[in-house]
Design a protein around this ligand. Structure first.
Ligand code: TRP
Length: 461
């Protein structure tokens, strides 16, 4: 580690999580969000189901989980924001590693801009559930409501603004306050309501078709783009590749364990995504809707059920409220990365930085609310390029640059082979998989393998 001057006053007052439980809660709160309930079902629908889900699960296990441990470890070792973490942990003269942290700040900025637009949709559905409930509406009408919403940018922008307003409000107070109390109650409730919808789905005639779609892989449907999407989504859903988990890990006390919390977060996050898919696809097939409906999928399918249920209005209100809350706990982690950078690195005042940055992110979200193609592009670029590339460098840094001594402390309570297995996966398996998936998407692998020189070398004709 580089020599440390005594840290400035504002870094000494950083504080830490109240308990081990608080960290798991916050990290799970960051991971579980629109990525699980909105994005996972929608991209699974677009990319054809089972085979896509298979690659996603594979990525979570071999790339996501090892990297989740790596990010938490980095943050906990440095007790700084992502940029500061790379500065503190890089050997002398290798300060360029901080660029990875910078990239994370940019990713956080961009991701939150469209994330908040979607959260705004969910928020608008909370209000619709009360004032214009879905009860009794036919599926076509429900479908139309979503189209109507997304073709009225003015309204979308207002909800997007309101959502950013709440996010800023919470981040100003510091992430650790208040949030813990609410997450403890609302996250299990979200879990509960998704289970309830699963039970309902199990009674529908499309249940088996839905589950088959979700879990039966047909690898002929797998395109290079689908593979990269699945990888990108494993980063997105676990909040990896841009330093969110570095930031949350940075508030951990030195003696805390990181392995069990990381595994718990990954398991919970994956479980919620699969359960959400298991609720949505049977409904899609029961009512003859399209699995490939795109970003509107959740909003076009679940209300069809809310329209039919006895207490549909209550369920609908609860569902969208909990979804909005889950989005809020994720949005906070995105904004926190950007804010922590200005506060920790530049010593700026959190109370001023937060609303200013929040407003700029709101502005960047406006074109996403207006043009679908802009939305799709920012989403695609940040999820499938920024996050995997960020994760690639975080992995290499952890495996090959960070001192072994610093890594081993965090595994002291576990057998040596666990440490070795993890270190190998982070250094070799994860980065190689990421590189292959990105190169494959851009046809570069094909190009390389079709080169006459290489073919001769490998003896293929
Ligand atoms: N993981 C969150 C979700 O699934 C979104 C999110 C929060 C995120 N923080 C992040 C995504 C950091 C990427 C990076 O909804």
């Amino acid at each position: 580690m580089s020599e440390k001057k005594s840290p400035p006053e504002h870094l000494l007052q950083r504080g830490s999580w109240g308990s081990k439980f608080a960290f798991v809660l916050a990290a799970a709160g960051s991971a579980i969000g629109l990525g699980n309930v909105w994005k996972f079902p929608y991209i699974t629908g677009v990319y054809g189901g089972g085979a896509f889900v298979f690659v996603y699960l594979f990525s979570v296990l071999l790339v996501g989980l090892p990297l989740l441990i790596a990010e938490i470890l980095l943050g906990k070792s440095a007790h700084r924001d992502p940029v500061g973490t790379f500065i503190v942990l890089s050997p002398k003269g290798k300060k360029y590693w901080q660029l990875v942290g910078w990239m994370g700040v940019v990713s956080g900025f961009v991701i939150l801009s469209f994330y908040s637009v979607v959260a705004g949709w969910a928020l608008s559905y909370v209000f619709r559930s009360i004032f214009e409930p879905f009860s009794g509406l036919p599926p076509e009408k429900i479908d139309h409501l979503f189209v109507e919403l997304t073709s009225s940018p003015g309204i979308e922008i207002i909800w997007h603004f309101i959502f950013m307003f709440f996010t800023v409000g919470i981040v100003i107070g510091g992430v650790k306050k208040g949030l813990e109390k609410w997450s403890k109650i609302l996250m299990p409730l979200l879990f509960g309501i998704i289970l309830f919808l699963d039970l309902y789905a199990a009674t529908t005639k499309g249940f088996v078709t839905g589950l088959t779609f979700l879990f039966k892989p047909d690898f002929t449907k797998l395109t290079p783009d689908a593979i990269l999407q699945a990888l990108g989504h494993s980063f997105f859903t676990l909040s990896l590749g841009m330093g969110a988990m570095i930031t949350y890990g940075s508030y951990l006390k030195d003696e805390e364990d990181i392995v069990v919390p990381a595994v718990s977060v990954a398991v919970l996050d994956t479980l919620i995504a699969l359960l959400a898919g298991m609720a949505i696809f049977p409904i899609v097939f029961t009512f003859g809707l399209k699995p490939s409906a795109g970003p509107g999928l959740v909003f076009r399918t679940l209300p069809v059920v809310f329209a039919k249920l006895h207490f549909g209005m209550v369920i609908s209100f609860l569902f969208f409220t909990l979804l909005t809350f889950a989005a809020l706990t994720s949005a906070i982690s995105l904004l926190e990365v950007v804010v922590a950078f200005f506060v920790d690195e530049l010593g700026w005042d959190r109370k001023i930085v937060t609303p200013v940055v929040g407003f700029l992110i709101f502005l960047l979200g406006v074109p996403s609310a207006i043009w679908d193609s802009f939305f799709d592009f920012v989403d695609w670029l940040s999820t499938n390029i920024f996050l995997p590339v960020g994760g690639f460098f975080i992995a290499l840094f952890t495996a090959f640059v960070l001192e072994e001594k610093l890594k081993k402390i965090h595994f002291a309570r576990y057998p040596e082979y666990l440490y070795r297995g993890w270190n190998f996966t982070v250094g070799w398996i994860s980065p190689v998989l990421v590189a292959i998936m990105i190169l494959n998407r851009f046809g570069i692998l094909k190009l390389i393998f079709s080169s006459p020189f290489l073919r001769k070398l490998l003896g293929v004709e």
